[in-house]
Every structure is written in C-alpha cells, then in structure tokens.
Design a protein around this ligand. Structure first.
Ligand code: P6P
Length: 331
C-alpha cells in the first residue's frame, strides 16, 4: 500500500525551506479547498438546485450557469479573503478584482476560469476549474496592468476535473503532480508525482464541425490523420472531442493526444482565453514533457494585451504539436 501523501504534505516536500507554510503553498491550498466545495455542488446536481441558467450573461456575452456564479464566488473568496492574492481575474469578471480595502494585499495574482465547460453541466459531462498564479507587484494595489505578464512568469498552475472522480493536476514549476479528492476525508491525495504526456499519439481532439472554416495547415494535418495507415502518417488515428477543455486535456495528460482549437475564418483568435485557460494548460503541458503553441509560437511567450484575450491553441503530445506548428510556419 503506497504511503498516503496529501496535498499539504506534497507542498511541504516540494518546498522544504518553508515546510509548505509559505504564501504560495497557502494560496494553492485555498484555491483547491474552494474546488472541493465546487465539486460537492457539481456532484449534487439537480438535487442541490444548482443546475440551469443564472439568467445572466458574463463579460464574454456567454450565458452564465448557476454553477458558474457559485464557482466564481467561491474562488474569488478564496483569493481575496485569504490574504495571499493582491487581486484576482476571472472569466466571469469584466475587470480584475483587487483585495478588499483593509485586507492584506498578498504577493500573488490569481487568475481562473471557475467552471470550464459549463455548457456541459445539464448533460452531466465533466467540467472543471482552471487556475494560474502570477507574482503581484512588490507594493501598492495591483492593477489590471500587473496581470499583463507572459505565461513564462507563472509560478503555479493547475486544474481540477469534476468527473467520475475529482482530480487535480498541479505544477509549481517542477513537474506535474496528480491528485484525487478523497471526498470522505476532504483531502486531495497524491496518485502520480511525475505526470508525463507521451510524445507520440494516435488521438486528436478538434471540433470538426468547423472544418469548412479552417486554415490550410489544420486541414492538411487532420486530413493526414484521417487517411490513416494508408496515408503519409502510416498509422490510424482516433478522434475525441468532449467540448470540455479540462476533460479533453485530462485525457491527454493521461494517455497522450493533441488538442486543437485553431483560429479560423469565424474566429481570428480562436475561442480559448490566453490568461486563464491557455497559459495554465501550456505551463502544465510543458512541465509534463508536452508542448503548447498558438500554431506559430510557444503560448507561454505570448505577450498579453488584455485580460480576456483569446488565442489559438495547439497543445499535447510534443511530436504532434511540433508537426502541426511546423505546417503553419511553412505556410
Ligand atoms: P465548442 C467550453 O465552453 C470551452 O471553453 C472549452 O472547455 C471547450 O474545449 C470549448 O469551449 C468547446 O468549444 O466550439 O466545441 O463548443
């Protein structure tokens, strides 16, 4: 029976100089504690009265689900009243939200998509929380400009999948660790301390219904996959598209694959947001031996211009990401 390593112990072992009692460890624990509450609400579904629309739209003009609002409030509270974040930014908030007046302004900035894939809630498909942590300015109140840091500046990132099991993937910049929530004990327990994305794969994830809008490199790449073993790739591929990035990406961290949300004729910058979806996933992917580009350059090197900006995403098994990125660069 392997030793039971909780998230608290993992943080202490990863940061022995502070025994995991530092501000970053504390913020990670506050965020993941909020995710435990979100997991409980998601699991309750219709019995908890948390399904359905919140009869409002978020700053992106997308319909807000009741659970979107609940998850956002839980994570804002964790970030703003925990004394470790100077401000938070959320998919559900138009602007950055500074720590309340009189509250200690912490050394970090917390960014999150509180409930990614929430359009899947009514059909009981896995959804999740994605988070990213940056350093805050050394003094003064954090402003939206302080968030405009490239993904290479992240000090931690993670996501939680609210699925058949509640699972956390986390990086502090020293590899990727995987935890499963022991709902009875209320603890995230380590199940893999060295998650690796296989460099090769036979699975691709893309929404094929937009095929007629794709650019030539994407069409070429997918066509070659579809030609299978008789085509230039010399092997058959399988397609998976859950339409919940956290679920698609969790599969890729588990067994490899390539996730593609490209720019197209209708979406010049793709659909996914740089700061709280693409950057944290890219940080995790690279830390797990994978790769992540915007089809031309590393996502982590993209210089952000505004908090909700979108970016094309090609992420997962390194050999496949490099191939598709190479097709774009050659086009
Ligand atoms: P489409 C969910 O809304 C999301 O942001 C990602 O989780 C998911 O990968 C994507 O959108 C799905 O987009 O166009 O297939 O519905």
């Amino acid at each position: 029976m392997p030793e039971r390593v909780t998230l608290a112990r993992y943080l202490a072992e990863q940061r022995p100089e502070t025994r995991g009692l530092d501000e970053l460890s504390g913020l990670v624990q506050q965020v993941t504690d909020a995710c435990k509450g979100i997991a409980d609400a998601v699991r309750g579904g219709a019995l908890r009265g948390v399904l359905g629309s919140a009869d409002a739209a978020n700053t992106q003009g997308e319909e807000q689900k009741t659970l979107d609002v609940l998850a956002n409030e839980r994570l804002k509270e964790a970030g703003l009243w925990g004394g470790r974040a100077a401000a938070v930014a959320s998919e559900e908030e138009a602007e950055a939200v500074p720590a309340p007046a009189g509250q200690p302004s912490g050394p970090y900035l917390l960014l999150f998509d509180p409930l990614d894939g929430s359009s899947n809630i009514e059909v009981n498909v896995s959804v999740g929380t994605i988070f990213s942590i940056l350093k805050a300015p050394s003094e003064g109140t954090a402003s939206i400009e302080d968030f405009m840091q490239p993904g290479t500046e992240q000090v931690a990132a993670g996501f939680v999948v609210y699925g058949p099991s509640t699972t956390l993937l986390l990086t502090l910049g020293n590899g990727v660790a995987q935890f499963t929530l022991d709902h009875g004990a209320g603890e995230f327990v380590l199940v893999n301390d060295n998650v690796q994305i296989p460099a090769q794969t036979k699975e691709f994830a893309i929404n094929v219904s937009y095929q007629r809008f794709w650019e030539a490199p994407v069409r070429r790449y997918i066509d070659e996959c579809l030609q299978g073993e008789d085509g230039p790739r010399g092997k058959n591929f399988n397609m998976r598209w859950i339409a919940s990035m956290v679920a698609d990406m969790y599969r890729i961290f588990t067994r490899g694959g390539i996730f593609i949300y490209p720019r197209d004729a209708n979406r010049p910058d793709g659909r996914l947001r740089l700061m709280y979806e693409a950057n944290p996933m890219a940080f995790l992917a690279e830390q797990a031996g994978g790769a992540a580009t915007d089809a031309h350059q590393r996502i982590l090197e993209r210089a952000p211009e505004q908090i909700h900006q979108k970016v094309p995403v090609v992420i997962g098994s390194k050999e496949e990401v490099d191939r598709l990125t190479g097709y774009h660069q050659a086009s």
